[in-house]
Design a protein around this ligand. Structure first.
Ligand SMILES: C[S@@+](CC[C@H](N)C(=O)[O-])C[C@H]1O[C@@H](n2cnc3c(N)ncnc32)[C@H](O)[C@@H]1O
Length: 255
């Protein structure tokens, strides 16, 4: 008798089967051994509540909201990752200020994760924020949150660096998106994508190519850097201490 069948019997009140059947056949025999790596998420339940609505309203009103309070809009697993992987509220607000020069400035967040940078940017500036993200479950969750709070100027696309047309943007934001390729399995966001140092190099090459082809005046903000300087057609306009590192503003000044 398989374990599932035993459990069905138990639910009908039959408790005469030996306990051994709970673990029979042993997991190792099925090849279904829990891997030593972060969990594979399926669907996230997005928290709701009046307090969260207040938090969003306060961010929209340019009030100071700390990350613990803001992150309550996310499911628990996403909150756990925040200090390492998602842009802090104050940093996102400042980065948006540096990137958005006019109403409707189109900003691409390259590797948008849980969507926090785009969400805060869209709440605090008149820019139009798009995030591209390789993990479909994060895209679905980020879009669900933007929709819930009616943040129309934040949207998310599932894909890689080649999925979006970089020419459609005036500005780009990078929170060191490719570094995860160098992290150990336990340090990663999850195990749903293939990460390798070689992939990091490929993504950097695609990024530098896209930025080199961007139009004059394109603005780029990096947080925690992008490994080295941008193409030589860019000049670094400012570098300020922000959050846990530096925010750098680069502007394309030469063809
Ligand atoms: C450090 S997190 C930053 C998240 C978000 N930008 C923020 O600031 O809150 C980097 C994200 O980039 C994504 N990413 C990395 N390489 C990518 C690629 N080639 N295409 C799409 N997304 C990528 C990762 O899945 C991860 O969610």
């Amino acid at each position: 008798m398989r374990a599932e069948a035993y459990l069905r019997d138990r639910s009908r009140g039959s408790d005469d089967a030996p306990l051994l059947q709970l673990v029979w056949p042993p997991r190792a025999w099925t090849g279904d051994i829990a891997p030593i790596e972060p969990p594979r998420p399926t669907r996230f339940e997005i928290p709701t509540g009046v307090l969260l609505e207040h938090t969003i309203a306060e961010v929209r009103a340019q009030q100071i909201v700390d990350d613990t309070r803001f992150d309550a809009i996310y499911p628990a697993r996403i909150r756990e990752l925040s200090s390492r992987y998602w842009t802090p509220v104050s940093v996102a607000r400042r980065a948006a200020e540096l990137l958005v020069r006019f109403g409707g400035t189109r900003v691409l967040d390259v590797g948008s994760g849980a969507g926090k940078f785009c969400l805060v940017g869209a709440l605090t500036s008149p820019g139009a924020f798009v995030g591209v993200e390789q993990r479909a479950h994060l895209v679905e969750m980020a879009q669900g949150i933007a929709d819930r709070y009616a943040v129309a100027n934040a949207s998310y696309v599932h894909g890689d660096l080649t999925t979006v047309d970089w020419d459609a943007f005036d500005a780009f934001y990078f929170f060191n998106p490719f570094a995860e390729n160098h992290f150990s399995r336990l340090e990663r966001i999850d195990s749903t994508v293939t990460l390798t140092p070689a992939r990091c190099e490929e993504d950097l090459a695609i990024t530098f190519d896209g930025l080199a082809r961007a139009r004059l005046g394109t603005r780029v903000v990096t947080y925690h850097g992008l490994r080295g300087d941008l193409p030589e057609s860019y000049e670094r306009y400012s570098c300020e201490s922000c959050g846990t590192d530096m925010l750098e503003l680069w502007v394309k000044v030469r063809a």
